[in-house]
Design a protein around this ligand. Structure first.
Ligand code: MG
Length: 370
């Protein structure tokens, strides 16, 4: 490289997109996606774009909290070299602990920029290959009959796996899966996610009852902090257990693996603080013989495209739950991953290959740090 590029300014856009319908999970209800788009500009004319989609009930971040933090983080990286990602991430996470979703927006923009400067798609920047893969589609909590109707619709659309939100009472949750299984037949795998909604005994009771119903795995049966009981639940059911809210960063990954709490990890950029730490989590998983899924919050197709590059680059990531944008009323993204029902194909354009439509950005409140 002739001369190292420098970060000249950071644009922070406040986005608001309504959901097609409220999305209910055990711990919260979501009605709109309130992302921040982070654009890191350089003196080369190239810029990188990242998305931070705060999910307050999981990471403790709202859009207002993230917005306040974003200007502080932008000041830290200003006039510095954007391609020294190792140092930039250490500075950002050293300054602002937690706030993983906000930090992931900066991380994503830096990796996008690295791809654009090197002329390579993100999966290649990560040292991986290009492969198409499938995401499931997720059904939020509602009446069991409504959930069964949705499951049939997803099956007819061509999805190869259906994810179902649970985490209420024993009887209602068992009824939900019985009705869904009856409606869609025996073939399609069902993935379930209790989002911390059960206690130890409820989890064991529900999972025991669901064992004959071809459940691929169960995400986060109990409270995020209760590692010991997650391990006990795993010992008491044949259904595979996946850690989600218990797993934010590589330190959590190490502890979960060492304690034998789960069969799978659900990595999300919004919890990990971005791709940099997500790679560390996957490496720990692989060392422990644990396979990973990459999941999402309510990102647009931009955030999901970045996550899809991560999936593509690492064969140890064997599942994808990258369906957040399907719940949104609007798709403001140009380029990026293409979805054919649940099949995801990545672009070969440099970086993650997604950008936000200019007309949409004009409607967003903007703050520039320079
Ligand atoms: Mg989950």
């Amino acid at each position: 490289m002739k001369q190292a590029p420098k970060i000249t300014s950071v644009d922070i856009y406040k986005s608001y997109i309504e959901l097609k319908e409220p999305f209910r999970i055990a711990i919260m209800e979501i009605r709109s996606a309130q992302s921040l788009f982070i654009r890191i500009n350089t003196d080369t004319g190239l810029y990188g774009t990242g998305e931070a989609n705060p999910t307050w009930g999981i990471t403790g971040e709202t859009q207002a909290i993230s917005l306040a933090g974003a200007s502080d983080l932008a000041k830290i990286i200003l006039r510095k070299h954007p391609l020294d990602i190792e140092t930039r991430i250490r500075e950002l996470s050293g300054f602002l602990v937690h706030n993983s979703t906000l930090r992931s927006g900066f991380d994503m923009a830096l990796y996008d920029l690295l791809g654009k400067v090197s002329g390579l798609p993100l999966y290649a920047v990560l040292g991986g290959g290009k492969r198409s893969f499938w995401t499931d589609n997720t059904i939020g909590i509602s009446e069991p009959d409504d959930m069964a109707t949705k499951a049939v619709a997803y099956k007819n659309q061509g999805f190869k796996a259906i994810k179902v939100k649970l985490g209420e009472t024993t009887d209602r949750d068992i009824e939900r899966i019985r009705k869904i299984r009856k409606a869609i037949g025996e073939k399609l795998p069902i993935r379930i996610d209790a989002n911390q909604g059960w206690d130890y005994q409820t989890a064991v009771n529900v999972l025991k009852a669901l064992e004959p119903m071809r459940i691929e795995y169960c995400e986060q049966p109990i409270a995020r902090w209760d590692y010991e009981n997650m391990r006990r639940i795993r010992q008491n059911t044949s259904i595979a257990i996946m850690a989600d809210e218990s797993l934010f960063d590589h330190h959590d990954a190490f502890k979960l693996a060492t304690m034998g709490c789960c069969d799978y990890f659900n990595i999300k950029l919004a919890k990990a603080g971005g791709i940099h730490t997500a790679l560390k989590i996957n490496a720990i998983a692989e060392g422990a013989g644990i396979h990973c899924m990459v999941g999402c919050m309510m990102e647009t197709r931009l955030g999901l495209t970045a996550a899809a590059h991560l999936v593509s680059s690492r064969p140890n990531i064997c599942y994808a739950d990258l369906d957040g944008h399907m719940a949104l009323k609007e798709d403001p993204v140009i380029g990026g991953a293409e979805y054919n029902a649940g099949e995801i194909n990545l672009p070969d354009t440099p970086g993650h290959g997604a950008d936000i439509d200019g007309a949409f950005l004009k409607r967003c409140e903007r703050m520039t740090v320079k």
